[in-house]
Design a protein around this ligand. Sequence first.
Ligand SMILES: [Fe+2]
Length: 297
Amino acid sequence: MMIRSMAYLGLESPAAAQWRTFGTAILGLQLLDDAADGAQRFRMDEADCRLWVHPGGRNDIAYIGWTVAGEPEAIALGELIIAAGRELHRATRDEAAARKVAGFCWFIDPAGFRHELAWGQYVTPNGFVPGRAMSGFRTGDQGMGHIVLAVPDLGVSDRFYREVLGFNISDRIIDGPRELLFYHCNGRHHSLAIASPVPGKMGAHHLMLEVNALDDVGVAIDLCAQHDVPVSKSIGCHSNDRMVSTYLFSPSVLRIEYGFGGVAIHDLWEPKTYSTTSIWGHKELRPDLPPAMIIER
Ligand SMILES: [Fe+2]
């Protein structure tokens, strides 16, 4: 497994400016100075920057950054990506500096998502100052969190993520016609999950950020009420990773799963199948809102 963890995420959104309050006052991220293109930048741990929200005409996943150990690992994985028929691009020095990494290679996956294989992420030890009072985020060798993508063809994406990128299957959920696949690359139960809710279409359901205390989840729910931010699912516990979490409706439609207490994967992990996503809770509170960030290009 050459991918070690989720390093960072870039969004594009017409509502980028609204993230200044949402990111800090609700999520507790640290707002940094804007990028050259006006992107909002956020820190959540000692990594210099993990989230960019670029102003743009549509809601989109601009890029998903994955950590590899170094340039040789990126090139070795890149050869597999090229052999699978994808083009691999090498970032310039300036592009790498903008992502706060020593270097990265990028490619577009069969579903249309841009992934970046990055090495040498810049860190500022003890540099994280939360945007609101909270206990901090669980990252470290489990990376930034997890991302759940809607892909046009579940089988095609499953083969690419496992056989080319080397992700390991954690579990699957088969809930009637709905199927979700979960993948790990470190101790976090899943760093990536996919579903195909509307075959032929792509989108993204949520980014999960894990906090160090259950109280931070409860406080986020209270703060959403204060700031008129919709909570799209009630607090609940997932059947597979046992995360106790809630889903907050970000200004870019992409939900933020804000959770605590996920289980860790170990060497003898056996993938299981569940028939429901949650043991309790996670009730849909806002069926009036769009169900996911639909990506139209
Ligand atoms: Fe999740």
